[in-house]
Every structure is written in structure tokens, then in C-alpha cells.
Write a protein that binds this ligand. Sequence first.
Ligand code: EPU
Length: 336
Amino acid sequence: MKTHISSLKEFNTFGIDVLANNFNKAKNEDEILHFLIENKCNPLILGGGSNILFKNNINKPILKIEIKGIQIIEENENSIYVSVGAGENWNDFVRWSLAKNYGGIENLSLIPGNVGSAPIQNIGAYGAELKDVFHSCRAISIDNKIIKTFIKDECNFTYRSSIFKEKLKNKYVISRVTFRLSKTNHVINSEYKPLKNLLNERGIITPTIQDISKLVIEIRTNKLPDPKKIGNCGSFFKNPIISNLKFKNLFKKFNTIPNYKISKNEVKIPAAWLIEECGFKGKIEGKTGTHKKHALVIVNNGGASGEEIYKFSQNIKKSVLKKFNILLEEEVNIFE
Ligand code: EPU
């Protein structure tokens, strides 16, 4: 359904006020197909707008996915398979699962955005990743309009990425995602240090999935700004992964550098630490800056333009490269 719209401000959590001249919404797969047939030129597919930075007005056709519905499609003694419309809000789905005592996504509580975008960047937080509960998704090919089901093995999930962000970038529109959640014997994932510490502090020895969700929400709200109050897209950059050798050399110079071994040959470094060390934590520059409680979160302090935020992010990148010889990679999608 085509609507006349002037501003995209309420459709991106950075709150950037850019204009669009061809804005459409789809409530089902037929409407997606109809849009793709009508608009042949490389459209912009929009979910919850929580991982996107608009630099300029958008002249290409936009399709916002608003497919709703949460349906259990299969269940056995231990698990349920639930198909969720791509346009469902992610946290609403988490809350639905917790209310029914279905486990697997409690650590991913309060992540902004919609269900359809979640597999694209394999959302993750507090020791869990979407791929752990992902079963399959339905997606429509933008080129030939064929609907395909992608099973987990076809999605090439890696840290904050998938086939939909790499080889098949801008090639498919995800319409539904099927998750496998636990009904009984929930696997409690409490290894993430701040979560573990908080559980100890509260004396919770055998946490329920609801306890985990509650504490994750507490940690998130203490550290990360609410996009409804301060425009932001969560982590602006990915945490860089570097070789053991590069890490060894860095460690000689910066021996407090936090690091997480992720494979035999690679180490992950928190981008927030690198940015903070470059003096950017809580820095305000014009209408943008980084959040005072988290250096990895770039914020719109009110009325910032996409260009201004982008320039600021590139200054951060330059400083980190100069000091640590590490090139940060954006987690946020940037639209020219
Ligand atoms: N740190 C700093 N300065 C800061 C903040 C953090 O030095 O201002 C260092 C600390 O050493 C801290 C470490 O960075 O221990 C990690 O910080 P945090 O636990 O906040 O996690 P993160 O690596 O910065 C990742 C995800 C977040 C997710 C959290 C929690 C990425 C790019 N980001 O952040 O996801 O919520 O872990 O699991 O992987 C998002 O993707 O938008 C997002 C918020």
C-alpha cells in the first residue's frame, strides 16, 4: 500500500529527519510481491529502523514490512516451532515467549527492531545469538519474485552477520521467521559476566528464564540509552576480530586491553574500549556524540543530521585506526 509521506523520522531509531518520496507498507507476502513488480529499481526494505543511518533524503522506493502474527506450527514434548511475521516487534515476541514460558530468547530481551531483521545481522546479546533458536525463514527474491524457505544451514550465520548481509545482501525480503523454543528443561545461559555478577548479587542460584530476562533488561536500561528518548542504533561498530599475532603485538603496548578468545587463531576486542581509550566516551560534538555510559553507542542529542553523525563516526574510526591500527567496521547500515 503506497502512502504519501514526507519524513522518515519516526521510522528510524536515530530519529533522523530525512524525506522519502515513495514509501510503501506490506502487511502480507502478496503486498510484497505487488510492490516488487511495481518497483523494479533496487528498493530499500525497512524493518524497525533500529540499525540504519540515513545520510540523505531517500529517492528509491521504500517498503516497510508490517507482516504480523505469531503462530505455533508444530510442537512436541520439549520444543515448539513458532512462525513469526517479519513485522512483529522483536521484544513483543520475547515477551510473548516468556508469558508462555517458552525458553531460548530471554537473553535477547529488549533488543530494538523487528523479527524480520533479526536473522540478517544475527542479533546477539548477553551470551546468546539469534542463530541458537533460528529454524528457518521465508523470503521473497527481489529479482525473480520466488518465495524460498532458508533453513539454518543455508544462512551462514556468523558474529553479527549472515548470508543476507553478505552474498545475498539486498537480494531477498524476509517475510516470516520460524524459531525453535524450549518448552521444558530450559537451557539457562548466565555465563555473560555482568549477568552472572548480578545473579550472584541478588542471590539467585537457579534462575528462571523470566529472571534472566528481568536482569538483562536491568543491565540494558542501565547502560544503553532508550531510543525513544535519545536517538541511537545501539552499537554503531562491530567488535573487531584480530589475529593472535596482532593481539600479541598490541598487548605489548596496551596491556589492559580486554580480549575474548573466539577461535584458535583469533581474538575479539571490545570496540567500546578502543573508542574510550581514544577519548570519545561521552564526547559531545555538535548535535551528536557518544553515550556517556557506553562509548560504542553514537547518539543523536536532538536534531542531528545523518551526515553529521556519519562524519563523527568516521572521526572515531580514524582515531582508533591511528592509535591501535584496527579498522572498525560499522554494524549499522548506512544509506547514502
Ligand atoms: N567497554 C568500555 N567502555 C564502554 C563500554 C564497554 O571499555 O564505554 C568495554 C568493557 O571492557 C566491557 C566491554 O567493553 O567489558 C564489553 O562491553 P559490553 O558488555 O557493553 O558489550 P559490547 O561488546 O560493547 C555487545 C553487543 C551489544 C550487546 C552487548 C551485550 C556488539 C557490536 N555489541 O556490546 O549489542 O548488547 O554485547 O551482550 O557485539 C547492538 O548490537 O546494538 C548491541 C547493543
